[in-house]
Design a protein around this ligand. Structure first.
Ligand code: HEC
Ligand code: HEC
Length: 301
């Protein structure tokens, strides 16, 4: 009887603790954040109509730091030197017109730190007026490719900060294929690359306050809802974080997500493709089993 009473008390207290703490902890750790589908409602609409021709001239101000490889404009410095200068390698701009929100970009060019919600953003304001900003954006729209692959989207929006081991991606681009030297067995080219990457990552960690995490399996570690609202506005989930608001459109984000799925959950397409076959197999198997049972029992009734 006494034991039962004790058991009862323990159970009651455990339940109180559970219901009191668990949902509370859950709401704290996984704060629900209302997303805005990458529409950036805090930024006012841009009234100026962009002129791509004029934008083409203004873009000369960008290529002192950025490459636009699709237009044969190479990077002025290699990524390591860029990181030593700015803390991070300025991304290639070939695809930004296809991935970034127009309104975001225009405001970003006028005031990068404010629009990305960063304490410090290594890029200075790079458009003189709203009209100039609109012209530059119109230019990038005019050179935007029709199709951007998931990997290209990741490279343009995240790749300068986040490695992706399973995608063989580093902040310096793809891990190069190298061969070890036959005489010594040492792969000097791979070592050289590692050294460069180490220098880059150190500069990046200084700039960001910490090295941005590898995103190989983030798609499995974090919920879809978290990732989407975090990328749309990092401050909404991690107040004070050094990660900038990137400014992707919804489609741009879907591309990035597709890359994270490819690297973090590579068997998903295979699973989805095999699923119907497995179901089909069971249907046929059940039918055959039924016929077999019928033939066995024939004449036994
Ligand atoms: C003085 C060098 C410099 C100049 C000039 C410059 N940028 Fe940048 N830009 C950077 C650096 C550095 C970054 C990356 C900063 C970071 O990620 O913290 C960057 C980032 C960007 C990004 C990525 C923004 C995001 O949300 O992720 C875009 C887009 C961009 N620049 C466009 C431009 C355009 C367009 C111009 C010309 C009008 C320009 N930049 C001029 C250095 C420069
Ligand atoms: C300029 C550098 C920079 C860029 C560009 C950038 N990030 Fe980050 N990111 C960071 C830093 C720094 C952190 C660590 C944040 C912290 O702990 O405060 C981070 C953290 C993250 C996290 C981990 C959040 C968590 O707590 O689990 C995710 C997910 C993420 N970034 C996704 C992205 C994606 C996706 C992109 C591209 C769309 C991107 N980031 C672009 C710098 C960057």
């Amino acid at each position: 009887m006494k034991e039962l009473k004790i058991l009862g008390i323990v159970t009651v207290f455990t339940l109180i603790l559970y219901w009191g703490v668990e949902p509370f902890a859950h709401s704290q750790m996984h704060k629900h954040v209302e997303g805005h589908d990458f529409t950036y409602p805090d930024l006012p609409a841009v009234k100026a109509k962009g002129n791509a021709e004029n934008g083409k001239n203004l873009v000369m101000a960008c290529v002192g730091c950025h490459s636009i490889t699709s237009q044969n404009m190479p990077a002025p410095m290699d990524p390591v030197m860029s990181a030593q200068t700015y803390g991070v390698n300025p991304p290639d701009l070939s695809n930004i017109g296809a991935l970034f929100d127009e309104k975001f970009l225009a405001h970003f060019l006028l005031d990068p730190a404010k629009v990305t919600k960063s304490k410090h953003f290594a890029m200075p304001p790079s458009a003189g007026s709203e009209q100039d900003a609109a012209d530059i954006v119109a230019y990038f729209k005019s050179i935007a490719p029709k199709e951007v692959s998931p990997k290209e989207a990741y490279a343009a929006a995240c790749g300068r900060c986040h490695a992706n081991r399973y995608g063989h991606w580093t902040q310096l681009g793809d891990v190069p294929k190298t061969k070890s030297n036959i005489k010594t067995g040492v792969d000097l080219d791979a070592l050289e690359f590692k050294k460069k990457l180490g220098i880059y990552q150190n500069k990046l960690a200084d700039y960001m306050g910490k090295l941005p995490p590898d995103l190989s399996i983030i798609i499995r570690a974090r919920s879809e809802d978290f990732l989407e609202t975090f990328v749309e506005d990092p401050q909404s989930q991690l107040p004070g974080t050094a990660m900038p608001r990137v400014g992707l459109t919804k489609e741009g984000y879907e591309k990035v997500k597709a890359y994270l799925e490819e690297t973090g959950d590579p068997s998903k397409p295979l699973r989805e493709k095999t699923g119907p076959w497995v179901v089909g197999f069971f249907v046929i198997f059940a039918f055959l089993a039924f016929l077999w049972k019928k033939s066995i029992w024939k004449g036994h009734h």
